[in-house]
Design a binder for this molecule. Structure first.
Ligand SMILES: [Zn+2]
Length: 258
């Protein structure tokens, strides 16, 4: 069975995600981690998780939302992490993609959440885009804040960068972008230890080929398994089983059978 370790079921395009959740069994999906990116979506993710046995939540403030964060956000996140269904702190990180990036706010909100990860002993789920240098410096400095490890979500860096994070004990998670024609992910996938690889959709964004440009769904996570199987010369079912076990190791509160 598949595990989608990073999905945004809170997105309005899914209208509450009832249909996705009801079809999980039929679609061969064992678990979905619904990921927050600000205060509202984090609370909503925990609510969906608490109402649905096979859905779990991650809570956090995305770097693009960092400048807008409210004063009491850390206390609110801390409270949400107390839910049995909250498996990670995320998505958090750095994103310098846009010109108007408020780097100072991003650094502050990231490091505050790293401190929180240390206190609540949850793994971090990192979003990093066009900021791998600065991010690496911060994570190295705050390494003690990650006793439960971390996941590099929707990884888009180089092979060297991926291996640096594997050395730090992190997992590398791949989204539908690895199926795109111009993707250079093949050489990264080929170089990683199989026990560090996760798959995700980041839906509703980044639908894999042949659905590129459409709304993405958790069931499309299978395309990522197929791509990895192709690169590694393995069977798809074998990749699905290995990434499933990896997800339970990376996110112990996900509560599955290894
Ligand atoms: Zn995401």
């Amino acid at each position: 069975m598949l595990i989608d370790t990073h999905a945004h079921l809170t997105d309005p395009v899914y209208h509450g995600a009832r249909e996705i959740i009801d079809n999980m069994e039929t679609d061969g999906i064992e678990r979905i981690v619904c990921v927050g990116y600000n205060e509202f979506s984090s609370a909503y993710a925990v609510k969906i998780a608490e109402e649905n046995a096979k859905v779990y939540a991650a809570v956090g403030v995305h770097p693009s939302d960092a400048p807008k964060v409210g004063q009491g956000y850390l206390g609110m996140l801390r409270e949400l992490t107390q839910s049995d269904k909250c498996v990670a702190l995320g998505e958090i990180g750095l994103d310098y993609h846009y010109d108007d990036t408020d780097k100072r706010a991003q650094h502050r909100v990231l490091t505050e959440q790293l401190e929180l990860a240390r206190q609540v002993k949850l793994p971090a789920m990192f979003h990093v885009r066009d900021a791998y240098g600065d991010f690496y410096e911060i994570v190295r400095r705050y390494r003690d804040c990650l006793p439960a490890g971390a996941i590099m979500h929707c990884f888009s860096g180089s092979r060297e960068t991926a291996l640096q994070y594997v050395d730090m004990g992190f997992y590398i998670s791949f989204s539908g972008s690895i199926t795109f024609k111009n993707s250079r992910a093949g050489e990264i996938i080929a170089a990683l230890p199989m026990d560090r690889i996760l798959i995700e959709t980041d839906c509703p964004y980044l639908a894999p080929m042949p659905h590129r440009g459409e709304t993405n769904y958790p069931r499309y996570v299978r395309y990522q398994a197929e791509k990895i199987a192709e690169v590694r010369g393995m069977g798809v079912e074998e990749v699905i089983e290995i990434t499933r076990q990896n997800a339970y190791r990376a996110l112990p509160k996900l509560d599955g059978v290894l």
